[in-house]
Design a binder for this molecule. Structure first.
Ligand code: TXA
Ligand code: MG
Length: 317
């Protein structure tokens, strides 16, 4: 308990001085900085090697502070009351008088906002006078981090501090919904969009692959482990690592199970760590067996299908 307090204090000190630190969330780790500070936000882009035209998500402790920065509407309130804190990000209209650094959203009039559920991150946000801009804690286009050791792998000593909150419970990024006009899903994520439809009592638009890219998380290179990956495979090639969800009678050396009991939530939690491990084990090709396309399985399939486009000429912006 005492060490939790002192770690939060340390984290706060770095953030108050406009440094970036890594923070744990229930989805993936974030690379956080003061969203009101131009210099802190610029440091995030630099550390992550992220193009400045790719906007960041801002994390709030609760709705009161958000109201100073964004216009809210009925759809937002319905979803906020049901799902926040949790793995959902809302795109809202930014107020002119908002204190959010103009670098956060590339001078756009919208802002992506989220209310994280991880108890350590919540506690930290409660102690701050400003919200935190935080993209996933990885170098641009690499795999997101789901634990402190992944963050170290990504940034090494370039990062001042990691608030260690154990392994992320969900393991995949938040679901992003644009609520400025007609509710539109921009990224599949930790919250099943069917649950969102149930609360809004209507069909929502899905634009996770628009012609004009709005969210670079919609692009293909984004979730790639950096080696070719094939999906819906029954039998792998000789030198391929084989990712499985269903238990096989004979387990071979190149078999990697996403979950011991074919559980989709467990599989989501393990996916990025397993991809990192396979690379470390020296494989340079991955085959994945068919993953059921239900619940969080839809998000797993979304990430895998983007990763499977690795060989195409697509470039993320
Ligand atoms: O689970 C998550 O959402 C994690 C944790 C740390 O909160 N964050 C995360 O951030 O995944 P990031 O930056 O890696 O992905 C956010 C995505 C990007 O694809 C970005 O383009 C999109 O959100 N985005 C940010 N602001 C936007 C906006 N105003 N309109 C549309 N898309 C936006
Ligand atoms: Mg990311």
């Amino acid at each position: 308990m005492k060490s939790i307090q002192s770690n939060i204090k340390k984290a706060k000190k770095y953030l108050d001085n406009n440094h970036c630190i890594a923070v744990p969330t229930e989805t993936v780790y974030g690379l956080a900085g003061n969203a009101y500070s131009d210099s802190a936000v610029k440091k995030i882009f630099k550390l992550k090697k992220r193009p400045m035209n790719n906007p960041l998500i801002v994390h709030y402790h609760n709705i009161n502070k958000l109201k100073e920065d964004c216009y809210i509407n009925d759809n937002f309130l319905k979803l906020y009351n049901k799902f926040s804190p949790g793995p959902i990000t809302y795109v809202l209209q930014l107020k002119k008088k908002s204190k959010i650094s103009k670098f956060v959203s590339n001078k756009q009039k919208s802002l992506a906002v989220r209310f994280p559920k991880h108890p350590l991150f919540k506690k930290l946000l409660k102690n701050l006078k400003y919200p935190l801009a935080a993209p996933s804690a990885n170098i641009s286009n690499k795999l997101s981090s789901v634990q402190a050791s992944d963050v170290i792998e990504e940034f090494g000593s370039k990062l001042k501090y990691i608030l260690n909150g154990g392994k992320s419970q969900i393991g995949l990024e938040s679901t992003i919904i644009n609520l400025i006009k007609k509710p539109t899903i921009l990224r599949f994520g930790g919250l099943d969009y069917l649950k969102i439809e149930k609360i809004l009592k209507k069909k929502i638009f899905i634009k996770t692959n628009p012609n004009k890219k709005i969210a670079p998380g919609q692009s293909f290179l984004h979730y790639s482990p950096g080696i070719p990956l094939r999906v819906n495979i029954k039998k792998p090639k000789k030198n391929e690592a084989f990712i499985l969800i269903k238990k096989r009678k004979n387990t071979l050396k190149n078999y990697y199970y996403l979950s011991k009991k074919s559980n989709l939530k467990q599989s989501a939690k393990n996916l990025y760590s397993l991809l990192r491990k396979i690379k470390k084990d020296g494989y340079n090709m991955i085959a994945v067996e068919k993953i059921p396309n239900e619940g969080i399985g839809k998000t797993i399939n979304d990430r895998l299908s983007r990763a499977s486009k690795y060989k195409t000429k697509w470039r993320a912006c």
